[in-house]
Design a protein around this ligand. Sequence first.
Ligand SMILES: [Zn+2]
Length: 454
Amino acid sequence: MTTRRQTFRLYPNKTQENQLFEARRNHAYLYNACVAHRRYEWRANKKIVTYLEQQNCLPAFKKEWVEFAYLHSQSLQATVKRVDLAYGAFFQGLRGLPRFKSIRNYSGWSYPAKSGWKVNSNGKHGSVTLNDLDITLKMRGQAKQWGNPTTLTIVYKPSRNQWFASITVDIPAFECKFCEQSNLSYESIVAFDLGTETAITLYDGEKFTEIENPRFTQKAEQEIKQKSKALRRKTAPNKNKKVKGSRRWKKARKQISKLQRKVSSQRLDWQHKVTSDIASRYDIGVTEQLNTKGMTRKAKKGSKRKKQKAGLNKSILAVGFGALNQMIAYKIEQKGGLLLTLPTKQIKPSQRCPKCGVVHKHWAELSNRYHICDACGFEIPRDKGSVMVMYNVVTNQQPGLGTSLVDCGCLSSTNLTGKRKHTGSMRQLGQMKRQKSSRKSDGDLETPPVFTAG
Ligand SMILES: [Zn+2]
């Protein structure tokens, strides 16, 4: 069973919106009341208030403050829980002391279980009913995957003046299509590498495909820069001097955030398109371990390549390497395929000659865009060379690397949930293939293949 979060936009009418605002206000009051309670108890009695104590206060609280009485009890508990989580993070040293939240910017409230609300949708558009407010809201949006709805969070975004329903759904456990008869063929393998010049380079044993980096970020970036410059000339709010932000300042800030939002949704759209396309065409994806953290680290102090590194960092972040990899992984695994992650350190795909297997240390430098092997004379552009090595490794065709590496279990399917659906060693893959083909030839369907899903 996997859980996924789906977001739909809500379209309340005027009276409904007023009801939503009222409920949000009440939840914000409750949140602040809980923070105040904790602060008071600490100051007066040096006592740490627990979640349970506050939760047990709720019935009495509702009797006193009748305007809260109509709200769903579990959703009130969820708001109390938010305070508890904020304090939990504070006690662990992860966050600062929880503050009072401005009612104007309060985000919303949750229904933590299945009661108190109902979704009427099959994953595309539909409506959601909130029992405590006694309203049914129209919603629009399309879920990538739909299942059994379990929790609901109502979110308000003040900057956009829009309402959203964030619904988590339980999706039935992945069924290994391989065990049944399916048309998945583990012969369609693709090796891919993420780069900065070419966003993705693919190799499927026959041809290379290069997916260009979208340039919309650079264009928008210039615009954002200009607008930020204009913003700096306007009166910004300053709490110490008790200056409020000017109207022009607010307006300029709004324009900037609108642009940033546009870029991020463009990027997301592009990522989804590209990754869906790859996942639909291939059953096995092969890539190398990514170290985006190291890649995006700032250049060392005094390094001559500071500027270069900054530019590289920017384009790495712009494409969103981690996000791309994860998307390909979950999309491929959703249809029953698998993603193999090769250990970069052992294989060194960017330093190894795909033809003869000799490792050239100087190939590792990023300035070397085109590789010529001095052992066998093979020529190939850098990105293409490394995907070719990766492809060769999984298909056991790479000279210079024994099969021991492939069999040792270094290969593993990266999965978002951290569990492995297929143990991705090549030997097991081979077994699966054999079982499949023997099943086909004998027509023997009575003994299901032994399949280890680890
Ligand atoms: Zn060579």
